[in-house]
Design a protein around this ligand. Structure first.
Ligand SMILES: *[C@@H]1O[C@H](CO)[C@@H](O)[C@H](O)[C@H]1NC(C)=O
Ligand SMILES: *[C@@H]1O[C@H](CO)[C@@H](O)[C@H](O)[C@H]1NC(C)=O
Ligand SMILES: *[C@@H]1O[C@H](CO)[C@@H](O)[C@H](O)[C@H]1NC(C)=O
Ligand SMILES: *[C@@H]1O[C@H](CO)[C@@H](O)[C@H](O)[C@H]1NC(C)=O
Length: 471
């Protein structure tokens, strides 16, 4: 992807998630008063007590990451990072089990945050199912604060060389009002903008929603919803986007990029292989029969972890063995003890996921079933279930960087004799995770099976269509 002339960008990624609720015809007869009658046991949303948080300074230098951990408290952003990461890995594994060949990219943080908001508005079994699938632990109010802190903490990573935009939007119906506490909660807790839209004019509403996300993602996601997802029965759309663009701390020299070969499951593919030789943190993961490489971004608070199976056909079993312990253990094992010759393909991949069948497989069933859904705190009415849940993501990696090679990060490592140069050649299917280093928060997660450019216009028949797999 071209990211602009003279950009010092080495990597750009983003995504968005969406949920739509259809108000059932049966509820249409209820009066406004019924809809807003306080429900028994209604939780008070604690809006007045939202503290202004000062997040602590963090992140030891890359290479010693995760050796020391701040004590976890129920409200700390690390707590939400752990919960979202575990959920994201589950989702990744379900996806991978359905389809072992496509490229995949999605954002556990985006999906996890949107679902946590729905969890806050759910009760009974609907809430219990979300609780289990999202790996939630702790008291509800605390864990929502923890999610909120994670979003705020992540937004603050935007600085030199890092762009980070996280937006949350709640679009509400002019005709079918929500429980008024929910928009207040969404804006107070997650800084969501709340916009009333004419769902009875679907094309116009789709334009409004898509325009918002086109903007928030700097044009990378240009069509999040289609007008056929919307109708006069739509009560709300909850959407969020995570946009991230980071410059590598140690950039690849474009002049060193050359044609190389990537062993995709469909056979060898010619790729543009980037190449650089610097001190990168790497690790041997004997138990997983794989190796890991960390490509830190400028500022060293974020990095892309590459998990490369030793066996060219080993990605499926590697993905199946992932969990948050593996990720944090891997970060702990990384060492930057010598030059590494990194060869890695440029890639630009996109995924569009229909989340509904994936979430159902993870046990989140009632949310989608009007007969049993219990989201009374959101909608104030019975039978309003989620009808559509889509997620789009795109991630691209390039060597770009007009700045001269960046500062080296590993000055304090003990080394008496220079180590031999170790190669790390990413020439077979691999998994990646874009992580916030102090908490292992997973911003993006995915796998690359074929980094060659995909056709712009999907062909009608033979093209892999993720959503079709789950019909
Ligand atoms: C939702 O769950 C709560 C708590 O379990 C229960 O009291 C309430 O009756 C349920 N509402 C609906 C509409 O099922
Ligand atoms: C909240 O959102 C507004 C725009 O909708 C933005 O200007 C502001 O910076 C956000 N605040 C935080 C704390 O993210
Ligand atoms: C898009 O964002 C720019 C600022 O980045 C703002 O001026 C403009 O109004 C936005 N457009 C829409 C349609 O929201
Ligand atoms: C994480 O995965 C590793 C390797 O697959 C396994 O040995 C370990 O028991 C798992 N840990 C947890 C907490 O599930």
């Amino acid at each position: 992807m071209s990211v602009g002339r003279g950009a010092m960008v080495s990597s750009a990624l983003l995504l968005a998630v969406l949920a739509v609720v259809l108000a059932p015809a049966a509820a249409a007869g209820r009066s406004q008063q019924d809809l807003f009658r306080p429900l028994p046991g209604e939780l008070s949303f604690d809006l007045d007590q939202l503290e202004d948080l000062d997040e602590p300074a963090l992140a030891p230098p890359v290479g010693v990451v995760a050796r020391r951990r701040r004590p976890l408290t129920a409200r700390s952003y690390q707590h939400a990072a752990k919960m979202q990461g575990a959920f994201g890995i589950d989702l990744f594994q379900v996806l991978a089990a359905h389809d072992s060949t496509s490229n995949v990219v999605f954002s556990p943080m985006s999906v996890g945050t949107a679902l946590a908001m729905l969890y806050a508005g759910s009760r009974g079994q609907t809430a219990e199912q979300l609780w289990a699938a999202l790996h939630l632990t702790g008291e509800k109010r605390e864990l929502m604060h923890s999610h909120r802190r994670l979003v705020r903490h992540t937004k603050k990573l935007a600085r030199d060389g890092i762009e980070m935009v996280i937006v949350s939007d709640l679009f509400t119906s002019e005709e079918l009002p929500l429980n008024p506490k929910f928009p207040r909660y969404a804006s107070g807790m997650f800084n969501s903008t709340v916009t009333s839209v004419p769902f009875d004019i679907p094309y116009l509403t789709a334009e409004i929603i898509n325009g918002r996300f086109y903007n928030a993602t700097q044009g990378v996601i240009d069509s999040l919803v289609s007008s056929d997802m919307l109708s006069e029965d739509t009560q709300f759309v909850l959407a969020n986007a995570v946009f991230f663009r980071g410059s590598w701390l140690m950039q690849f020299d474009a002049a060193a990029t050359a044609e190389g070969v990537f062993q995709s499951p469909a056979g060898p593919r010619p790729v543009q292989m980037m190449s650089t030789k610097k001190v990168f943190p790497i690790a041997e993961l004997y138990q997983l029969n794989a190796r890991a490489l960390l490509l830190p971004y400028k500022g060293e608070k974020l990095g892309m972890l590459i998990l490369l199976p030793n066996d060219p056909a080993g990605l499926d079993s590697l993905v199946a063995a992932l969990n948050m312990t593996v990720i944090s253990d891997t970060l702990r094992k990384l060492d930057g003890l010598g030059d590494v010759l990194v060869k890695m393909p440029k890639f630009d991949i996109e995924s569009e996921l229909d989340l509904q069948p994936l979430l159902i497989e993870l046990g989140v069933r009632d949310l989608f079933d009007p007969a049993v859904v219990n989201m009374t705190r959101v909608t104030g009415q019975r039978g309003a279930a989620i009808s559509t849940a889509v997620h789009k993501a795109r991630l691209s990696v390039s060597e770009e960087g007009t700045e001269a090679a960046a500062a080296t990060a590993f000055v304090n490592l003990f080394r008496s004799v220079p180590d031999p140069i170790r190669p790390f050649v990413v020439d077979r299917p691999f998994a990646f995770a874009v992580l916030e280093m102090s908490s292992s928060a997973v911003l993006f997660l995915g796998r690359v099976t074929d980094p060659t450019p995909q056709p712009e216009e999907p062909q009608p028949e033979p093209q892999p269509d993720l959503s079709a797999l789950f019909l």
